[in-house]
Design a protein around this ligand. Structure first.
Ligand code: FAD
Ligand code: SF4
Ligand code: SF4
Length: 383
């Protein structure tokens, strides 16, 4: 019987799935088993859309259909948690399985705090996350830094600190550090993110710490809850998955990588926040001067659950027919959401005027954490 805290390597027994999956297919196999065993009624996952820069959310109820979701989409900057709300009426009373990155997981907890989802009805399979790359940046970066037509790229992966592409005619890797120095690489919120291993999910899965002959062929699984342990045990018993104890050296390496990622997150926070500190309010006023009132920031924020159309009612804070929105609109929004901001970056990602909203919100959140919770010194999730 697997136990909370246990660490192991896991891989699917299905050779065709293993070929398609990112690191051995344990995540897909666990989701398939969750459906087969009726642990969940449906799974919310993502699949590749028109190209590898396009992540499309899908609800799957037939186990075999989950194979189409195998693989990691590092340029799929989708947030799963807000999507759950879209389907909430359909999901009512149903058990749902989900794959969650750190930000997806935090988003689910924020929705649960607002009584919008019931965590008891969810099975969350976490994936470690070093970061994601905006599709627009990825295309530009591949063209300018790699000298490759982004439309010819057939595969992308992040391995050993490099963003690697395979394309018609070859493959090429460039270190993420070099890309970021050149203004490309991961989204800026991902650089500041410190929830690298999502331990508040039921299982935390990733490739960090998988060494030896299992490297690239198995996923490192950390059991984070009884629910996760039960799912894993069931899949092993049903002969869907094979596991072995994680190599102690691999456990050590994974710990070191996680520590290094936290340090890198701190470095980026210092870099981004210090530049902002003396001029924060002025910068907010100037940058939000481009706001065209599309309200995408409201629609996509997992902690902002109001309806955008409410703001332009008589007596509300935004004057109908006038752009840009008054800076006070943004300040009031920050006042409402910054104490819970999870730095998922969706507001910034979806803003057509490219206002660095996540930077502002995350800076306010981090400052407020220090001021109001100095003993805690970190957010509810880990950092
Ligand atoms: P598979 O069986 O291939 O299943 C992968 C699952 O991930 C599928 O269900 C799919 O729907 C889902 N998925 C794919 N892309 C996304 C996405 N963008 N958002 C949400 N769900 C998605 N592991 C590390 O140890 N270190 C890392 O730095 C790291 N970075 C990652 C960054 C991203 C953006 C993602 C998605 C994953 C990352 N992982 C990282 C996890 C790793 O790539 C594998 O997902 C994990 O090892 C499981 O492998 P698997 O073969 O069992 O998964
Ligand atoms: Fe991954 Fe964190 Fe970026 Fe979410 S915010 S995609 S968990 S690095
Ligand atoms: Fe995510 Fe922006 Fe909302 Fe923060 S304010 S939780 S970064 S959408």
């Amino acid at each position: 019987m697997a136990k909370k805290g246990e660490m192991l390597y896991a891989w699917t027994n299905d050779a065709a799935l293993a070929k398609k999956a990112e690191c051995g297919g344990a995540v897909t196999e666990l989701l398939k088993y969750a459906l087969e065993s009726k642990t969940v009624d449906a799974v919310l996952a993502v699949k590749r859309g028109v190209d590898l820069y396009d992540a499309v959310p899908v609800i799957v109820t037939k186990p075999a259909e989950l194979d189409q979701c195998a693989g990691s989409l590092h340029c799929g900057t989708i947030l799963m948690s807000k999507l759950v709300l879209e389907y909430a009426p359909k999901f009512a009373g149903k058990k749902i399985g989900m794959v969650v990155k750190g930000c997806d997981m935090m988003g689910m907890y924020e929705l649960a705090k607002r009584n919008l989802v019931n965590l008891d009805n969810l099975v969350m399979i976490g994936v470690n996350c070093g970061g994601s790359v905006s599709p627009v940046t990825a295309r530009k970066m591949i063209k300018e830094k790699y000298g490759v037509d982004p439309n010819t790229v057939t595969k992308e992966e992040i391995d050993k600190g490099q963003f690697i592409i395979e394309y018609e005619g070859g493959h090429k890797g460039i270190s993420v550090d070099e890309l970021e120095e050149a203004g490309f690489g991961r989204r800026s919120n991902c650089r500041r993110c410190k929830v690298k291993i999502p331990r508040q999910a039921d299982l935390a899965c990733g490739n960090w710490g998988v060494i030896g002959d299992k490297a690239g062929k198995a996923t490192f699984v950390e059991v984070c809850s009884e629910k996760g342990a039960k799912l894993l045990d069931g899949a092993i018993k049903a002969k869907k998955l094979t596991t072995e104890a994680a190599n102690p050296k691999g456990v050590e390496i994974r710990g070191k990588v996680e520590g290094a990622m936290h340090k890198l997150g701190d470095k980026w926070r210092k870099h981004d926040f210090e530049a902002l500190a003396p001029v924060l309010w002025q910068t907010i006023a100037t940058e939000t001067g481009r706001c065209m009132k599309c309200y995408a920031c409201i629609d996509h924020c997992p902690v902002c659950i109001t309806r955008a159309d409410k703001f332009e009612q008589p007596d509300m804070m935004v004057r109908h027919g006038v752009i840009p929105a008054d800076p006070m609109f943004h300040l009031r929004r920050f006042a409402h959401i910054s104490d819970s901001c999870i730095n998922c970056g969706q507001c910034e990602e979806c803003c057509p005027s490219e206002i660095p909203l996540a930077l502002f919100s995350h800076a306010i959140r981090t400052e407020a954490d220090k001021f109001f919770e100095p003993k805690l010194g970190k957010s509810a999730y880990t950092n």
